[in-house]
Ligand binder design. Structure first.
Ligand code: BG6
Length: 482
């Protein structure tokens, strides 16, 4: 791998603390950081090199549900040799002159800085200043090496702002320099859906309207918004995870086979699904958990959604008339993310009249926890009677809870960026297609229905699916148990 400089704008942000710094530690531990690669943190607060190292060290020891394994001092010592810090304000053009000078000196000292990744872990309001100032210093040019920009979801807050941001990005960078990151695209369990579907011959012929009755996608969390009130009360659930993570899940599980495993081919197929999604504004329910309005930095009269459930269709030949039900929320009964493909039950199925004899087969892509791919089937209960019971045929990832065999998505996406592989990043068109679908649903927001923490959200969400003669599936913890 090429050596490079990783420049993180907003190194003291929540994102940097929770995701980036732990991912960099993991990469150091696995020997994935190229020799002489350097990490340059940027924030407003003045810090000496020693203080910056201390900040990094303390961050790694913060309680973090995403990163619970041991921090080895030896690894941290090696990592700390790569750490540099430059303080400054991102809307100050003088600061970028200072940064350029700093990188030139670093380069001369034997730490190559011609190849660069700029990571935007900062407020969207500051993006334009960063781009403009980088250009002013010609730091976006790829004269002596490659320059790549990593930018987090959300790209904009609706279709028109997403278009404006994409336009702005393309004023300063070319599309192949822009890595629009949605960490769900970097999830191992999501990427494996492509392998499961397209590298095996036996499942794919069944994934269409002839065999599938409906699809359900659930992303539920049993915790609330924590201290993210300031951010969350501006976006709400639908824009926080619906516009992005859940649509990625839908795209992976329903897209057609790409002609090859390349960025162009995979993106093209994902995009086709997004463009065929039908928004049904009359089929969406918004909820808010009881107690949300008392959270720090939340408007006490807030009508922001912390839950939604909606129905949609993909208007293509393959899934014509197959309903898709999608729900997500905070403070729900369980933390679980999964995609369920519920199969039709043929009329003449053998022993259909017995207990559970007409239970449908379900293909479950369990994104987390108990990660795996599972097929719910009926089996005969051993014995002399004809009795049936549902069982799971399963592929599971984890044998022990502490193994981190599954790389963190941020690690995965940083590696892809270093390699220059955009397959698991969104391009401008995809992001715009996502907003084009979400915008009409957002317009339906009004007063959300208040629901009890620990429930499955408002009763109305159950009615949404029940009115079609179906039920939400209770996510099972009976498979891939650790
Ligand atoms: C983030 C959202 O993008 O994704 C959070 O802002 C959400 O609100 C999180 O909790 C879910 O990610 P994961 O990887 O924990 O499922």
């Amino acid at each position: 791998m090429d050596s490079f400089a990783l420049i993180i704008f907003g190194i003291t942000s929540n994102l940097a603390q929770i995701k980036l710094i732990p991912a960099l530690y993991d990469m150091a531990e696995k020997g994935l950081l190229p020799e002489n690669m350097s990490i340059i943190g940027i924030a407003r607060k003045p810090m000496s090199p020693k203080q910056f190292q201390k900040y990094f060290h303390e961050t790694l020891h913060l309680q973090n549900i995403h990163h619970q394994h041991e921090i080895k001092e030896e690894i941290f010592k090696q990592l700390s040799k790569r750490l540099y810090y430059v303080d400054g304000h991102l809307d100050d053009s003088q600061f970028f002159a200072k940064l350029k000078d700093f990188l030139n000196k670093l380069n001369k000292s034997g730490r190559p800085c011609h190849n660069r990744i700029y990571y935007l872990a900062t407020y969207p309001d500051l993006y334009q200043h960063v781009f403009k100032n980088l250009q002013k210093q010609r730091m976006n040019q790829q004269k002596n090496g490659w320059v790549r920009l990593m930018i987090e979801k959300p790209i904009g807050h609706d279709l028109s702002s997403a278009k404006a941001l994409n336009k702005l990005l393309l004023k300063y960078f070319t599309e192949d320099q822009i890595y629009r990151l949605d960490h769900y695209l970097g999830k191992e369990t999501l990427q494996n859906i492509l392998t499961f579907r397209f590298s095996n011959g036996i499942f794919e012929p069944l994934i269409n309207k002839d065999y599938i009755d409906h699809i359900q996608i659930t992303a539920s969390e049993d915790f609330g918004i924590g201290r993210r009130g300031g951010y969350y009360d501006q976006v709400g659930a639908l824009k926080d995870v619906g516009q992005n993570h859940q649509l990625q899940m839908l795209a992976f599980s329903t897209m057609d086979a790409p002609s090859e495993f390349s960025n162009e081919a995979v993106t093209k197929e994902r995009l086709k699904i997004l463009q065929k999604l039908q928004p049904l504004p009359q089929k969406i329910v918004f909820g808010q958990y009881e107690g949300y309005r008392n959270k720090q930095n939340v408007n006490p009269k807030s009508n922001m959604d912390t839950f939604y459930a909606f129905k949609t269709y993909i208007t293509n030949e393959r899934f014509d008339n197959v309903p898709i039900y999608i729900r997500a929320g905070k403070k729900l009964k369980q933390t679980v993310t999964e995609i369920c493909l519920v199969f039709k039950t043929p009329v003449n199925r053998l022993l259909k009249h017995l207990d559970c004899g007409d239970e449908p087969n379900v293909l479950i892509y369990r994104i987390q926890p108990n990660e795996g791919i599972v097929l719910k089937i009926l089996t005969k209960v051993p014995g002399h009677e004809a009795k049936l019971e549902p069982e799971y045929m399963q592929f599971c990832y984890r044998a022990d809870p502490h193994s981190h065999k599954i790389p963190d998505p941020y690690e995965r996406l940083l590696i892809d960026t270093i390699r220059g592989d955009q397959t698991f990043f969104n391009d401008a068109e995809e992001v715009e297609a996502q907003w084009a679908f979400i915008d009409p649903l957002v317009e339906k927001r009004g007063k959300p229905i208040i629901y009890k923490p620990g429930s499955w959200g408002p009763e109305k969400a159950d009615e949404l699916i029940r009115s079609d003669g179906r039920e939400w599936l209770e996510p099972s913890m009976d498979f891939c148990r650790i």
